[in-house]
Design a protein around this ligand. Structure first.
Ligand code: ADP
Length: 258
């Protein structure tokens, strides 16, 4: 609600954006960007106008996952015009760099980029702006919570204890800055073989128990799925598929509805 015009707290809102939602994880590699990407697509499939801001400056993956590496232009107000792919407005460090070049910036510059991504991008009218946060609880996360009023955070974790430990730290960070946890997405929850047997490769139900412990909704359980990985690498997020063709697409639809 903080993003709606007329709200007394609107000083930190982004004009034109109704809800700003962070997708966060404690640990890297748990599928945070995959979840952010597919959640953005699933929300857009409900008819919402959606933007995705890749705040993971040091490990941007939005360009790859959406199959675009266009360079954004500026408008007459010196704002960056976001790149549009699969109906989603996108901003990512990967659009500003040569392919494969590392981002070598110190904290203060990372802070400036983050502020710019949020404040100096012509996002326009959006129902949702999804922020793909870097893993952990560092400079960039702090800059974000100080720059915009977040409507909530979605925590992504695998069922594995090391991921859960770090997820708890992310949750505590949001609690300290009074950002609501909207719920937990358990990614890589299991692998189902062609005979229908489920293997709990990273442990069984860790995300489910964590959601219960935090007293927040479990927003989804996403299986480990080769097709999901291939879609991410190929630039067409799996949630674009009709739900009947992909259990993962169906799972993201359910998550978006929650
Ligand atoms: P993070 O943003 O947490 O670092 P990514 O979303 O980049 O994680 O995912 C890490 C890797 O795992 C990527 O190669 C991605 O395609 C793959 N991946 C993520 N979720 C799944 C899944 N449910 N099934 C298969 N591969 C996945």
């Amino acid at each position: 609600a903080t993003g709606t015009p007329g709200n007394p707290n609107a000083k930190s809102a982004i004009p034109g954006i109704k809800k700003i939602i962070a997708v966060a994880s404690g640990k890297g590699g748990v599928g945070k960007s995959t979840v952010a990407t597919n959640l953005a697509v699933a929300l857009s499939k409900t008819g919402a106008k959606v933007g995705l801001c890749d705040c993971d400056l040091y490990g941007p993956s939005t360009g790859q996952m959406f199959g675009t590496n266009q360079q954004p232009m500026a408008n007459e107000n010196d704002e960056i015009i976001p790149i549009e792919a699969h109906g989603i407005k996108l901003m990512s460090m990967s659009f500003l760099l040569e392919e494969n070049s590392p981002v070598i910036v110190r904290g203060p510059l990372a802070t400036r980029y983050t502020q710019q991504f949020l404040r100096q991008v012509a996002w326009g009218e959006l129902d949702y702006l999804i922020l793909d946060l870097p893993p952990g609880t560092g400079d960039i996360q702090l800059t974000i919570v100080q720059t915009v009023a977040l409507d909530g955070a979605v925590i992504v974790t695998t069922p594995q204890e090391v991921a859960l430990i770090d997820a708890r730290k992310a949750v505590s960070m949001f609690a300290k800055v009074n950002v609501d946890i909207l719920g937990v997405v358990e990614n890589m929850a299991w692998f189902e073989c062609e005979h229908g047997t489920k293997y709990h490769i990273f442990g069984d139900g860790g995300g489910v128990r964590e959601a219960e412990r935090l007293k927040v909704p479990l927003l989804g359980q996403i299986p480990l799925d080769a097709h999901t990985r291939a879609c991410a690498d190929g630039g067409t997020p799996v949630a674009l598929l009709p739900e009947a063709e992909s259990p993962v697409s169906a799972a993201f639809k359910e998550t978006a509805e929650k």
